[in-house]
Write a protein that binds this ligand. Structure first.
Ligand code: FE2
Length: 315
């Protein structure tokens, strides 16, 4: 047996664990929680924890768990071969196994894609009173701004956040999906979300969701510049894992050709390396340029990103 604390609740993950069980005879027990609960629970349990592997979305969340001393560094040839260097922690505390992109979603009847080709466009005064955004307390927003701090510095990041803030229709509220719905409903012209929320609406069995998706388009920003902000879902072995070897085995499985090939068609995220084809609707988008920064640095800028958001009034 191996125990997984997971902040991801997808059928695709359950199918992966079942395939691992089938291949190895090692049963996978999953304890679901959101990223925050997961960290608190691990902290409270300390050495007594039964968790062997932690699975969570966003490098910012994984970094917080690492910083709390709750992960151990693991490096193996299979992990290094499976995960591009920038998509994992430099010490081996966590390893990406899927990729997500932070994309601009715009209303097709109001905006040309070329008008929102770059993250900078969201701060353009032409969109005054036309932008909706999720709260800055969300890790996706913190990681997006942290990557900008890393590439362009804090002053640039502050100016961008202030510019976007000046374009708000309303105070931040709701999820990524709620932002897309607000754009489709004509309450705003553009927003920033993780790509898979748009694809989920497109794949939905509810015609109302598909209509929301049909009214909106997505742009992978900064293709002529630094590339689109990329993040991961990832996993790491807990500091006090009772079944360390099996946790490493499962981690290696998650990034293996077999698991990546099995996961891709079921998933709305991208495989962790380009050699594996994503789901057909994602593949149809073609290749796009990804921002080339090591995700491990996002955590280091997280506190500063939160401060900048606070200063410019992006709650
Ligand atoms: Fe998400």
């Amino acid at each position: 047996m191996v125990n997984v604390y997971s902040a991801r609740h997808y059928d695709s993950d359950r199918a992966l664990y079942a395939a691992f069980e089938q291949a190895t005879g090692i049963a996978v027990r999953v304890l679901p929680a959101n990223a925050e609960q997961l960290l608190e629970r691990l902290r409270a349990e300390g050495e007594a924890t039964e968790a062997d592997l932690v699975v969570a979305a966003d490098a910012g969340n994984l970094w917080r768990i690492k910083e709390a001393g709750l992960l151990q560094n693991v490096t193996t040839p299979a992990l290094e071969a499976g995960v591009p260097a920038r998509l994992r922690d430099g010490d081996g505390a966590y390893w990406g196994f899927t990729k997500r992109a932070r994309v601009i979603v715009y209303r097709k009847d109001a905006v040309q894609p070329a008008q929102v080709a770059n993250y900078d466009d969201l701060a353009n005064p032409r969109f005054r009173g036309q932008i909706v955004m999720r709260s800055s307390t969300n890790t996706y927003q913190l990681s997006t701004l942290a990557s900008r701090i890393e590439r362009l510095g804090a002053e640039n990041a502050r100016a961008w956040a202030a510019g976007v803030r000046a374009n708000f229709v309303r105070d931040p509220q709701g999820s990524d999906t709620d932002q897309i719905k607000a754009v489709a409903a004509g309450e705003a012209q553009a927003t920033l979300v993780n790509h898979y929320y748009h694809f989920r609406l497109m794949r939905s069995e509810d015609p109302a969701d598909r209509e929301v998706a049909a009214k909106t388009g997505i742009v992978f920003p900064d293709q002529a510049g630094a590339g689109t902000h990329i993040n991961i879902s990832g996993a790491g072995v807990t500091a006090h894992a009772k079944r360390r070897d099996r946790a490493v085995q499962l981690l290696e499985y998650l990034v293996s050709d077999e698991a990546q090939t099995l996961l891709a068609p079921m998933n709305v995220e991208f495989p962790i390396r380009p050699a594996i084809a994503p789901a057909p609707d994602l593949a149809a988008l073609g290749a796009f340029k990804e921002e080339d920064i090591a995700l491990g640095v996002l955590g280091r800028h997280q506190a500063e990103a939160a401060r900048i958001f606070e200063e410019v009034g992006w709650r």
